[in-house]
Design a protein around this ligand. Structure first.
Ligand code: SF4
Length: 270
């Protein structure tokens, strides 16, 4: 494996319009993601980005990160523009803004550059409803900000209960137990939390439910969508039993039954 190719880049915009229901805008403070999960859809989407030109053509997913160094300044001016349209918020709430969709906002470089934190400071100043999705306990660094939002939800992607499986599919991402512990701390700080159980890797769904029931307000479930990216990994690790609609549906049903029996809302996204 090669080292991380890190580049400081300038971005033209901070807010991207979202096509995801319930999310108005997204912010991606970084281009690329050091966690480099094998199944990540952002991998092939990155090839269509203008930012890809900053990296060599054969740069592998997980080995390059563009740091959008001016993103907080851009965000401030875009938010001020939104706020200046006095009619913009009439008869509706402020738009919801999520970090992040095609990168992890708390990947390791965030420790140094603090771009996610700077964006949160601006969003807090204007009290925009915020959602965060990450795999990293580094989000705990910003609890002081998170607890000041009127409306915020923070979710962890938890794809399996088994850290051996996690290491096969997402070896550079934080351990499952560290994510569960981070959820626990967020919950005890009074932050609304959720788990994004997706893609559903091979797992013991009952065990996963046991670990996170009580730590989340709701759960989202999704299947492995781009199976062609990971099929080889399944096969060489003799995990073929966990490929296919039947497996994904069975796991989703089990998750649904475990969580909903405890009164926790579950949305199955496929
Ligand atoms: S953490 Fe998220 S954005 Fe980063 S590689 Fe994994 S799935 Fe992709």
């Amino acid at each position: 494996m090669r080292g991380l190719n890190l580049k400081i880049i300038e971005t033209k915009t901070a807010l991207s319009k979202s096509r995801i229901p319930g999310i108005d805008y997204t912010i991606n403070p970084y281009f690329g993601c050091e966690f480099g999960c094998s199944y990540c859809y952002a991998d092939f989407m990155s090839k269509f980005s203008k930012n890809y030109k900053f990296f060599s053509e054969n740069a592998s997913w997980g080995e390059f990160v563009g740091v959008k160094i001016n993103i907080a300044e851009k965000l401030k001016s875009e938010i001020l523009k939104l706020e200046s349209k006095t009619s913009f918020f009439q008869n509706r709430n402020k738009p919801s803004i999520w970090l992040s969709i095609v990168t992890d906002p708390y990947q390791p470089v965030e420790k140094k550059f603090k771009l996610t934190r700077k964006c949160l400071e601006i969003l807090l100043e204007f009290q925009y409803p915020v959602g965060i999705l990450t795999r990293s306990p580094l989000v705990l660094r910003d609890v002081d900000l998170l607890t000041q939002f009127d409306s915020i939800e923070v979710g962890f992607s938890i794809t399996t209960d088994n850290d051996r499986i996690r290491k096969i599919f997402e070896p550079k991402a934080p351990s499952i137990i560290s994510r569960v512990k981070a959820l626990e701390k967020l919950k005890s700080s009074g932050v609304k939390t959720f788990a994004f159980i997706g893609p559903t890797l091979p797992m013991d769904a009952k065990n996963l439910a046991r670990e996170i029931i009580g730590l989340v307000d709701y759960v989202l479930v999704d299947k492995m969508n781009y199976i062609w990216k990971t099929e080889k990994i399944y096969r060489i690790n003799r995990l073929d039993f966990a490929i296919g609609e039947d497996y994904f549906k069975a796991v989703a049903e089990e998750i649904y039954s475990e969580f909903s029996s405890k009164g926790i809302e579950v949305q199955i996204l496929f």
